[in-house]
Design a protein. Structure first.
Length: 95
């Protein structure tokens, strides 16, 4: 994403309301959001005006590739999935 800035999250930051608010603002501002090797998220607007969020989880350090790529159409559902992922380690499934 040329021109996008990356907002770094600390592990566990998305678990609190302040972290969730930063996540929401970042997606609306077109920023790439990343939490170390755990996840990365970016959003874009679809042709019909909806927001689509691309979420990548579990960076494999050997291949430098993300284990899973998942898509959401709701910021709140994305936050819920990230909270579960960080809390349990279960990969999100997407919408």
């Amino acid at each position: 994403m040329a021109g996008s800035t990356t907002v770094e999250f600390a592990p566990g930051q998305i678990l609190n309301d302040g972290g969730a608010d930063i996540f929401r603002r970042g997606l609306h501002s077109g920023e790439v959001l990343r939490c170390a090797h755990l996840w990365m998220a970016a959003a874009h607007q679809t042709d019909d005006g909806e927001i689509e969020i691309a979420l990548a989880c579990g960076l494999d350090p050997r291949s430098d590739r993300w284990v899973a790529e998942i898509y959401y159409f709701s910021i709140d559902r994305t936050i819920a999935a990230l909270r579960e992922y960080e809390y349990t380690g279960n990969m999100p499934e997407g919408e």
